[in-house]
Ligand binder design. Structure first.
Ligand code: HPA
Ligand code: ZN
Length: 335
């Protein structure tokens, strides 16, 4: 099954570019920028990656992102992730980036986006991996700060497809960002958000009703509320599920208890993603492999998950169909 998963054409729809920062690249960039990090080796960094909850992880994640200064740093980070996509048959990816993680430290919005976009363009040409960008607002900051980010983004509007909402969920409900989401949608951005990772089902209700999101990042706690599940199915909103993230952040105790199969059985459309692969122990294919093993998924389940990844992407219908055709012909020959 490992080789079936490896060859399966797929898309990744829930990925934070800052969360792809592998310790070896972190050392390299820290050295060239003369920034000291509180670790002496890759092993020491890896040992520090033990988390009790989302906030525990975020503290380390923002610290790691602090070594990214120049456009080339953002280029190298992004290109390195896209090479991993190519190696895993990820044909398309929708990359989240957190501008405020960098603008708060004095790095300009332009530096961040120019490095990321250049890497995406090169990867499309050299590796055949397509990508779209999701600009994510940090929910622990104010709505006013998100408005400032929206303003910075406007000269780059054509390069950004969607907006997201991430960072510390509890205590920062979607409704806090109602106005900035409305303004962002007016500018042509598609609204997405993390909801129901640590927050309860009422946060997912807010995200779909108040922010009008078109896809739910994580969404695990939707299962607390049958009416909500019904509504998500009715509105045909996909959940971007991240199995290894869920166990790393103790959203789920053990992969064997992961609700993915229950979600599928309830008619929810789910996809498999890595979230922050450098921190959570595996790239997207590892997520497919481990969840397959834990829940005894069939080849058909894996095929459905990969199909959803294209179907619920933000690509135009024609491009989606091209990728789905490729997946279907692979599946026909390998089922
Ligand atoms: N949840 C919320 N915010 C994040 C995450 C996550 O899993 N990863 C990076 N920022
Ligand atoms: Zn995430």
């Amino acid at each position: 099954m490992k080789s079936f998963i490896a060859q399966l054409p797929k898309a990744e729809l829930h990925l934070h570019i800052e969360g792809t920062f592998e310790p070896s690249l972190m050392f390299e960039i820290a050295n060239r920028n003369n920034i000291s990090i509180p670790f002496n080796s890759v092993e020491e960094i890896e040992k520090a990656y033990k988390f009790d909850c989302l906030q525990d992880f975020l503290d380390i994640y923002y610290q790691g992102a602090g070594v990214l200064i120049h456009e080339q740093d953002f280029y190298d980070l992004t290109y390195s992730y896209l090479e991993k996509c190519a190696a895993q048959n990820v044909r398309h990816t929708e990359i989240m980036f957190d501008p405020q993680t960098h603008t708060e430290r004095g790095v300009s919005f332009d530096t961040v986006i120019n490095g990321i976009v250049r890497a995406c363009e090169d990867a499309k040409e050299k590796l055949g991996v397509s990508s779209l960008l999701i600009m994510s607002y940090l929910r622990h900051l104010s709505e006013e700060a998100a408005f400032e980010t929206l303003k910075h983004s406007l000269p780059h509007k054509e390069k950004i497809t969607a907006i997201g909402l991430d960072s510390s969920e509890k205590g920062n409900p979607p409704s806090k960002f109602k106005n900035v989401f409305e303004a962002s949608v007016k500018e042509g951005y598609i609204p997405l958000a993390h909801a129901g990772e640590e927050g309860d089902a009422d946060y997912v209700w807010e995200a779909i009703d108040i922010l009008g999101i078109k896809r739910i990042d994580h969404g695990n706690n939707s299962l607390q509320d049958d009416k909500l599940v019904e509504e998500i199915v009715k509105r045909d909103l996909a959940l971007t599920v991240c199995p290894l993230s869920n166990t790393a952040l103790q959203v789920v105790k053990d992969l064997k208890e992961h609700p993915l199969k229950i979600m599928m059985d309830k008619g929810l459309n789910v996809t498999i993603n890595s979230d922050d692969p450098a921190y959570f122990g595996g790239q997207v294919n590892k997520n497919y492999e481990e969840i397959h093993e834990a829940l005894d998924l069939t080849k058909e389940d894996l095929y459905k998950l990969a199909k959803n990844s294209f179907k619920y992407s933000l690509l135009d219908e024609e491009t989606k169909q091209k990728y789905i055709d490729e997946l279907e012909s692979f599946y026909k020959e390998n089922k």
